[in-house]
Design a protein around this ligand. Structure first.
Ligand code: APR
Ligand code: PHB
Length: 418
């Protein structure tokens, strides 16, 4: 048995775990990352690519923003098309100057992994049978296997950054946990292609045939999505069938100018809303997808992971710099407030842009569900207040600050009086 010790054990080397690790390292807080997959596998996953300012600032704070700043595309707005009529949401004007950055999650992961390697920080890829112990007690530790050897990692705290299918959430007893889950009847079929994007800005489309999104990774790489029934598989969708269907859902001008090409990645992602409460148990903190999933409409998944990281980073700094151990109890409350806002926004955007049949078996409401949603969407798009509502949430709500715990305040007061 190999024995290791650290301050923070990080389970999972996705964006949450790697960003947290890098930030803690910058503040002299030791951490070890345990990742089940290989580094190559982590880098193969194609995910979203719209970053809120808060995310970009954390990357800067972590000292890993150089490539993101050089290659990321600043987006001042995006478009929503409803049955062919397109409205631009001018993020910058509606939010007093705020914008989003288009930079793929795969690139973020690469930058964070490279920085971690360059700093020589301990990372165990292909760590198997990771198990959390004494999370609630005095000696939290993690056991795992690596290259046929057994390890025990003693730590002060555990950051569960291991995504929806990880072990961390399961380490909170079921009697303590409440899970809220909503499954949608559609998935997003996504295609990545080395073709110039059809527009400089994203276009979210609602149409009678279903949802479509025109997105991008760079000036020469596009990412497009259409929604498909959950029963569909990728094999059912040839590239030609995908492009044909996409054109039928895009606004006419975009369909006319769309440049198609061979797909370099094609996958279907189911849509889900999920929240686990609380997000903390003893010395364990759940971060990112381990605690919550949003449907991708509105691009909140990665950004929500970043706000959890920001909260935990503030807390761990207070713990190690100020000895404020009590402040850890604020984590779940602060993180969940922002999580629920983003969950609600993502659910709402999803409803507005997809044809989700919400009728019951004996329902006589006919087509009224669809009409209500179309009426809501057109109203929002025609109203400055409606556009502002969309814009403020799209660029991201502010991060909340962690408060010093009461005994800490008393110490400060004492110091002031002395
Ligand atoms: N032990 C160790 N690592 C694990 C385990 C385990 N038992 N289970 C899962 N992991 C790893 C996965 O292999 C993955 O690399 O944890 C990582 C979790 O990464 P993500 O799923 O990407 O989650 P997260 O880092 O929270 O990223 C935020 O928000 O909406 C999404 O697309 C967005 O993936 C992004 C996520
Ligand atoms: C993407 O580019 O993959 C993307 C962009 C915006 C979304 C979802 C996904 O809302």
């Amino acid at each position: 048995m190999n024995k290791l010790t650290t301050q923070v054990a990080i389970i999972g080397g996705g964006p949450s775990g790697m960003l947290l690790g890098q930030l803690l390292h910058k503040r002299g807080i030791a951490n070890v990352v345990l990742e089940r997959a290989s580094a190559e596998h982590v880098l193969k996953r194609i995910r979203a690519g719209i970053l809120e300012t808060g995310f970009a600032e954390l990357m800067r704070e972590a000292g890993v923003a150089a490539r993101m700043e050089a290659e990321g595309l600043v987006h001042d707005g995006f478009a929503i098309s409803c049955n062919g009529a397109t409205t631009r949401i001018d993020l910058k004007t509606l939010t007093r100057g705020r914008t989003v950055l288009c930079y793929g999650q795969t690139e973020i992961s690469k930058d964070l992994m490279d920085a971690r390697e360059a700093a020589g920080l301990p990372t165990y890829y292909e760590a198997a049978n990771v198990a959390l112990h004494d999370v609630q007690g005095k000696q939290p530790h993690v056991t795992f296997e690596h290259r046929g050897e057994q390890y025990t990692l003693k730590c002060d705290y555990i950051a569960g950054c291991d995504g929806y299918h990880g072990v961390s959430r399961q380490s909170i007893p079921a009697s303590v946990r409440t899970e809220h889950e909503r499954i949608y009847p559609v998935g997003w079929l996504g295609v990545l292609s080395d073709t110039p994007p059809v527009s400089d800005e994203l276009i979210y489309c609602r149409s009678a045939r279903g949802f479509a999104l025109a997105s991008m990774r760079s000036h020469v790489r596009s990412r497009y999505y259409i929604d498909v029934p959950l029963s569909h598989t990728v094999d059912q969708w040839s590239d030609a069938a995908f492009w044909d269907e996409l054109k039928l859902r895009l606004p006419r001008e975009a369909a006319r100018t769309l440049v198609t090409g061979p797909s370099i990645e094609k996958s279907i992602a189911p849509l889900r809303s999920f929240v686990c409460e609380p997000m903390q148990y003893g010395h364990l903190f759940l971060v990112g997808d381990a605690a919550h999933i949003v449907p991708p409409t509105g691009a909140k998944g990665l950004n929500l992971a970043a706000s959890d990281v920001a909260t935990l980073y503030q807390i761990l700094q207070r713990v190690y710099r100020d000895g404020d151990l009590a402040c850890i109890s604020q984590y779940s409350e602060i993180a969940l407030r922002r999580v629920w806002h983003a969950e609600r926004f993502s659910w709402w955007m999803t409803r507005l842009l997809h044809n989700l049949d919400e009728r019951g078996p004996n329902d006589r409401s006919g087509d009224s569900g669809r009409r209500f949603v179309e009426s809501e969407l057109t109203y929002l798009l025609e109203s400055k207040a409606g556009q502002t509502l969309l814009a403020e949430q799209y660029v991201g709500l502010p991060y909340e600050s962690v408060r010093a715990s009461q005994p800490m305040l008393r110490e400060t007061e004492k110091a002031k009086l002395a």
